[in-house]
Design a protein around this ligand. Structure first.
Ligand SMILES: Nc1nc2c(ncn2[C@@H]2O[C@H](COP(=O)(O)OP(=O)(O)O)[C@@H](O)[C@H]2O)c(=O)[nH]1
Ligand SMILES: [Mg+2]
Length: 337
């Protein structure tokens, strides 16, 4: 029996990944995703060390319904980026992929081309137990990839519920992939995500579906014009085929143009600032939540409150007050990390 590998220190991980060591990058991401308190302590130190080397990449979210072709698209798109000299990291957050036993088997095979390239790094993120399937630590993983020298980060997320909103909160640009189909009803796509997408891509615009795809693009373009948006401009609608590669390069050119415009207008920096703010707010809420759960009296008070609120005996505001009181008077201390 071989002894388990010694846990690397934050310094070793930082030095290794700053030097571009991919094995240590992978271990660092595992460390950051770990729920073990000793791992979390190392992860926080590691993030302190690498922080000055982060923020320099273009961060792009790729979202859309299962089967729309996100992984296939990323494989093609990513190969093009690498060919043009970019260093690409792909973080795949796809609960449907993890169903097959904790690994992203389906995507791994679909990102065959990319996975073989030394300039690309493909990493599935476990999404179990997180809000809407967005990985709990995708933001941290993204910073680690940046510190390791990747200048382009793609985050694949399945377009369900809150996961796409969570991803929109961590990227510079969000591309929404759609299928060629009756655009009349907007395919049941929620308005929320249409309002947040910077770019719409009708994928599978090939073979028999090509003319349908064109019509779908027109329908969306028309619908987007009447949709209220944060910024004034409606997002571009493009056609691609991940099968033939058609339109893939135009997606990249469009993303670069949108990013250049957002940089000039100040919108890009404003978006990152708002994202850091949201991240801190989330981290504080998570920290308090964990501290509360770890404190027996407060946890018991919460259970009692939950029972009386769900039974309709107390209104949530009053019950919450009791939980907070129990917590504050419990002398709870945040865990040492
Ligand atoms: N005809 C056609 N099929 C595609 C295209 N892109 C993906 N597919 C197929 O659609 C299926 C789902 O693709 P996948 O990339 O796994 O979708 P994801 O779930 O969104 O990641 C696979 O069988 C792909 O081969 C495309 O552009 N054209
Ligand atoms: Mg996929």
């Amino acid at each position: 029996m071989t002894a388990p590998a010694r846990r690397p220190s934050a310094r070793e991980l930082a030095d290794g990944l700053l030097a571009g060591n991919r094995t240590l990058l992978a271990r660092a991401i595992t460390m950051v995703e770990s729920r073990r308190p000793d791992d979390q302590a190392v992860a926080l130190d590691l993030l302190d060390l690498i922080l000055p080397h982060t923020g320099g990449s273009l961060r792009v979210g790729i979202t859309g319904a299962p089967g729309v072709g996100k992984s296939s698209f990323i494989d093609r798109f990513g190969a093009n980026l690498v060919a043009s000299g970019r260093k690409l990291a792909v973080l795949a957050v796809d609960p449907s992929s993890t169903l097959t036993g904790g690994s992203i088997l389906g995507d791994k095979t679909r990102m065959q081309e990319l996975a073989l390239l030394p300039q690309a790094f493909v990493r599935p993120s476990p999404s179990a137990g997180t809000l809407g399937g967005a990985a709990r630590k995708t933001r941290e993983a993204m910073l680690l990839c940046e510190a390791a020298g990747f200048d382009t980060i793609l985050i694949e997320t399945v377009g369900v519920g809150q996961s796409e909103a969570a991803v929109a909160d961590m990227v510079d640009l969000l591309a929404l992939l759609l299928l060629p189909a009756g655009g009349d009803d907007l395919q049941g796509i929620k308005r929320g995500i249409l309002e947040r997408a910077d770019l719409l891509v009708i994928n599978k615009a090939d073979g028999l579906l090509e003319s349908t795809a064109k019509r779908t693009a027109r329908d969306y373009a028309a619908a987007l014009h009447v949709l209220p948006r944060e910024r004034n401009e409606a997002p571009p609608v493009l056609l691609t085929s991940a099968l033939t590669g058609a339109g893939i390069d135009e997606v990249w050119q469009t993303l670069l143009r949108l990013h250049a415009e957002a940089t000039v207008s100040g919108h890009a920096e404003e978006r990152r600032r708002a994202q850091r703010e949201r991240w801190l707010t989330d981290a504080i809420a998570t920290g308090i939540e964990e501290a509360l759960a770890a404190q027996p009296e407060a946890a018991a008070a919460r259970e009692a409150a939950m029972r009386s609120v769900t039974a309709g005996l107390q209104h949530p505001g009053r019950a919450a007050r009791a939980v907070v009181e129990a917590f504050l008077h419990s002398g709870a201390k945040p865990s040492a990390d």
